[in-house]
Design a protein around this ligand. Structure first.
Ligand SMILES: Cc1ncc(COP(=O)(O)O)c(C=O)c1O
Length: 387
């Protein structure tokens, strides 16, 4: 069986985790700040605050921006539910923005249209938009930021898919997760992501106020104001209501070791993507839509192919599964989930719906061998020839 994605764990990763297991601290020890420092250096940000999942990172980042009842969270419809759910945890309302039907990335025209439609009234507390650097492609963060500034709203990049991703526009070199065009960026360390901690996440930001708030809320809203030289070094106080969203030292040690391998991992993913691009660009792959132009800085969390006709995608998924190749659909548009339909009613976002009908994520992970990748291409060829 060839999965659509899978973690890559090295002997060094295992040694790092074993070292923690033999140490005094399984959690709240030295590995957490070490991992945070490594993330700050890697992404060139002032603060990295690690936490228990990517969902927790989004929840903490939105909370750190003061999102609450009376706030509106704006989320592209093609993403994992977590990007939207975390707004609801805080009592905010949600609005879904359409995506570019060829890339699945947030559509800036749709964003501007949506922001224009938001009525400003005395109960409106704040508006936050979360562009998702989907599948490893950098979202149009510069344009989103420009629109956000025009409308006085804040930006949190959901960079769960895109550490190490970048793209160049006429005006900017945009690097995912570096917070040049956002207040904060969130990472996920789920096993299918670039950096694996088992579960885990991080909030990255250049703003001291957000970092302080996120650090406090990650651990119940409790602070320890005194150092060991104070007469009451044990003293702690709870100033606000937070959660236990801490990352353990076991996970942080694994994360730091994985982060050191990020560039090598990205090279492997980019090489595999080039091989797929080359193999799939010739007949008989005429059932597939042409690829949009893709930046060489794509981080290839997912390799998504698109079928020309509705229904072909589902048949391809089944065909490949019977051959031992697991594929996945990213994503069911969030506004189409029964929970959200019940909550906001039935809305139509044609870009997201077209993307959803045709997309299929085929195997993409650093340990995918050339031989296994050739098998994926050959079975896909057989499907297209039979189709
Ligand atoms: C775009 C996106 N955002 C957020 C998350 C949530 O991350 P986690 O699973 O670490 O909570 C995911 C997870 O798949 C994701 O794909």
């Amino acid at each position: 069986m060839i999965p659509y994605s899978k973690q890559s764990i090295t002997d060094k990763d295992i040694d790092e985790v074993v070292r923690v297991l033999k140490s005094d601290f399984l959690t709240q020890g030295p590995c957490v700040p070490q991992f945070e420092k490594a993330l700050e250096d890697k992404f060139g940000v002032q603060h990295a605050v690690v936490c228990s999942s990517g969902t927790a990172a989004l929840h903490l980042a939105y909370a750190g921006l003061g999102v609450g009842p009376g706030s509106i969270g704006v989320v592209p419809a093609i993403t994992f539910s977590a990007t939207a759910n975390a707004f609801l945890y805080l009592g905010a309302e949600i609005r879904f923005c359409d995506v570019d039907q060829s890339t699945g990335l947030i559509c800036c025209d749709s964003l501007e249209h949506l922001l224009k439609s938001i009525k400003h009234h005395s109960d409106l507390k704040s508006v936050v938009v979360s562009p998702v650097s989907f599948a490893g492609a950098t979202a149009p963060l510069d344009q989103v930021y420009e629109i956000a500034q025009k409308y006085g709203i804040q930006v949190v990049e959901d960079a769960s898919h895109s550490p190490g991703s970048y793209c160049e526009t006429d005006r900017h070199l945009i690097k995912s997760a570096t917070c040049e065009f956002s207040e904060a960026a969130c990472l996920s360390f789920h096993p299918v992501k670039h950096i694996c901690c088992g579960e885990g996440g991080a909030v990255l930001t250049n703003r001291d106020d957000i970092a302080n708030s996120v650090r406090s809320l990650r651990s119940h809203g409790i602070e320890r104001p005194y150092d060991e030289n104070h007469e009451s070094p044990w003293f702690y106080q709870q100033n606000e209501l937070g959660w236990n969203y801490r990352l353990t030292d076991l996970q942080a040690a694994l994360g730091r070791s994985q982060l050191a391998g990020l560039d090598a991992q990205l090279s492997k993913r980019r090489r595999l993507a080039t091989r797929y691009d080359h193999a799939l660009s010739h007949p008989p792959f005429t059932l597939l839509l042409d690829r949009p132009l893709i930046s060489s800085g794509h981080a290839w969390h997912l390799y998504i192919i698109r079928f020309k006709e509705k229904g072909l995608r589902d048949r391809a998924h089944k065909f490949l599964k019977e051959k031992g190749i697991i594929t996945q659909v990213h994503y069911v548009p969030v506004h189409k989930h029964p929970y959200y339909e019940k909550r906001i009613g039935s809305i139509s976002l044609p870009g997201a719906e077209k993307f959803y009908e045709s997309c299929l994520s085929i195997p993409m992970f650093p340990a995918l061998t050339d031989q296994d990748q050739n098998q994926v291409v050959n079975e896909l060829r057989a499907f297209c020839e039979s189709g």
